[in-house]
Design a binder for this molecule. Structure first.
Ligand code: SF4
Ligand code: SF4
Length: 118
């Protein structure tokens, strides 16, 4: 998932998390230097590591397929309900854009949250 510090939960969100899904816990998205995309050699080197680069919202993002260490083999969060669980996890997903990003990365519509059209 992509970290959105300080982003509030939107009240248009509907549905709930599916226990055992864990799809959003299996990768993370980090903003990186745009030169990583522009420089073909560096881009190829990064992508050979299984990291996908993409320009979105005027910035460059790296999609890193690294599962969270708190994700259990059953696809649940071992930190659920505990203080150490990041807030970005508690509020995810906060927007339709995040859902679209997740589904594009996974290749299917796995998340059971939805956002009502305003
Ligand atoms: S802390 Fe829990 S909810 Fe957050 S990414 Fe890790 S397993 Fe998923
Ligand atoms: S992708 Fe959606 S349903 Fe699956 S674990 Fe994440 S928030 Fe829950």
């Amino acid at each position: 998932m992509r970290a959105h510090a300080g982003v509030p939960v939107l009240d248009r969100r509907e549905g709930s998390c599916t226990v055992g899904c864990g799809a959003c816990c299996r990768f993370l998205v980090l903003q990186v230097n745009p030169q990583y995309i522009q420089n073909e050699d560096i881009r190829r080197w990064i992508e050979l590591h299984g990291i996908r680069l993409q320009e979105r919202d005027g910035a460059c993002w790296a999609y890193i397929p690294t599962p969270c260490s708190a994700l259990t083999p059953e696809g649940t969060c071992s930190l659920f309900g505990q203080e150490g669980r990041p807030r970005v996890c508690e509020v995810y997903p906060t927007s339709q854009a995040q859902l679209d990003e997740l589904h594009e990365f996974v290749g299917e519509e796995v998340c059971t949250y939805r956002f009502a059209v305003p």
